[in-house]
Design a protein. Structure first.
Length: 48
């Protein structure tokens, strides 16, 4: 088992993501109108 100050590899830079994921659009809230245009809340329409 690894202790708190040990990592799974000898090179810590290999474990860090080089480019974090960035969404190309704003996140839709559950209570926001659905972007499909139905007029319903996202959670009751496409948010399943």
């Amino acid at each position: 088992m690894l202790s708190d100050n040990q990592s799974c590899c000898n090179n810590p830079s290999c474990c860090e993501p080089s480019n974090p994921y960035k969404r190309g659009y704003e996140k839709v809230g559950r209570n926001s109108p659905c972007p499909c245009g139905s007029g319903r809340k996202f959670k009751k329409c496409c948010g399943i």
